[in-house]
Design a protein around this ligand. Structure first.
Ligand SMILES: NC(=O)c1ccc[n+]([C@@H]2O[C@H](COP(=O)([O-])OP(=O)(O)OC[C@H]3O[C@@H](n4cnc5c(N)ncnc54)[C@H](O)[C@@H]3O)[C@@H](O)[C@H]2O)c1
Length: 259
């Protein structure tokens, strides 16, 4: 799909994977709204990229907040791309702690809220905005890209809430693609393995040394630009729909990853 002159929204656009996605979509000629809670980093990106991007402070868990960001995007051009790549809060913890205490229900909900409910919030509201577009020659109106994780398939010990959220995102993909087929909107989910981003903390070298031996090939963590490249491929290739694409160097998490 050609997106030059169109608009795009990237939730978590100030984050590690999000920033590279913003750069890539802007380089393709789209006007990009960075929809993120984090102000400072987003504003630095706007300063650097200029008119191609706009920051709208957004909380994905809020209907009014996401609607506002989508309205801004649509004012810049028809919304053709929505990428949900925002973060959340931790992984939750073990189902049952060694002292016999069960997983906190509140913590479980707090993990699901941004990762699953927030992703659905963006999906449903972005689809309503995209449905207003004139269809392109092949009937396509837009594409919605979600971000799961390989933990959505094989979560490790202590990740039950995060895995439930990401498995939910994986599960929504085909249904959303079917639901939105009548309006010509595609839905594709990316399931990343391990990518070097601020989410892994302040010492990328240490993180890389920890993970790399477990990754079959390439024997390194992913670069956020490689995630963004996949976003671009999904946008470009209109026959990709209703699918979850792993991008992980053939990494499979064990019970106590990286082992
Ligand atoms: N980095 C990886 O290896 C990896 C692997 C698998 C999946 N993922 C997924 O990719 C996504 C992005 O990960 P990342 O590594 O870029 O994280 P990151 O921490 O670098 O960036 C996340 C961004 O989301 C923003 N954010 C957090 N809560 C928000 C909210 N409620 N509304 C709007 N924005 C919000 C943060 O401010 C931040 O800018 C996450 O969903 C994560 O689970 C990442």
């Amino acid at each position: 799909m050609e997106i030059s002159g169109a608009s795009a929204i990237v939730t978590g656009g100030a984050g590690g994977l999000g920033e590279q996605t913003v750069r890539r979509l802007a380089a393709s000629g789209a006007k990009v709204v960075i929809a993120d809670v984090a102000k400072e980093k987003a504003e630095a990106l706007v300063k650097e990229l200029g008119d191609a991007v706009e920051f709208v402070q957004t909380d994905v868990t809020s209907e009014s907040s996401v609607l506002h960001a989508l309205e801004r995007a649509a004012s810049l051009g028809p919304l053709r791309v929505s990428v949900a790549v925002h973060g959340g809060f931790g992984a939750g913890g073990r189902t049952l702690k060694s002292n016999g205490t069960p997983h906190s229900l509140e913590d479980f909900r707090n993990v699901l809220d941004p990762y699953l409910v927030g992703t659905f919030n963006v999906l449903r509201l972005a689809s309503a905005e995209m449905a207003k577009n004139e269809p392109l020659a092949d009937g396509e109106r837009g594409v919605i890209i979600n971000t799961a994780s390989i933990a959505g398939y094989e979560g490790t010990i202590g990740q039950i809430a995060y895995t439930a959220a990401k498995a939910g995102v994986i599960g929504m993909t085909l249904v959303a693609a079917r639901d939105l087929s009548v309006v010509g909107i595609r839905v594709v989910t990316i399931a990343p393995g391990t990518f070097i981003t601020p989410a892994y903390g302040p010492d990328p070298e240490q993180v890389e040394a920890y993970w790399s031996p477990a990754i079959p090939f390439p024997k390194r963590m992913g670069q956020p630009a490689e995630y963004a490249k996949l976003v671009q491929s999904i946008v470009d290739n209109s026959y990709l729909n209703g699918e979850v694409i792993r991008i992980d160097g053939a990494l499979r998490f064990g019970p106590k990853s990286p082992n």
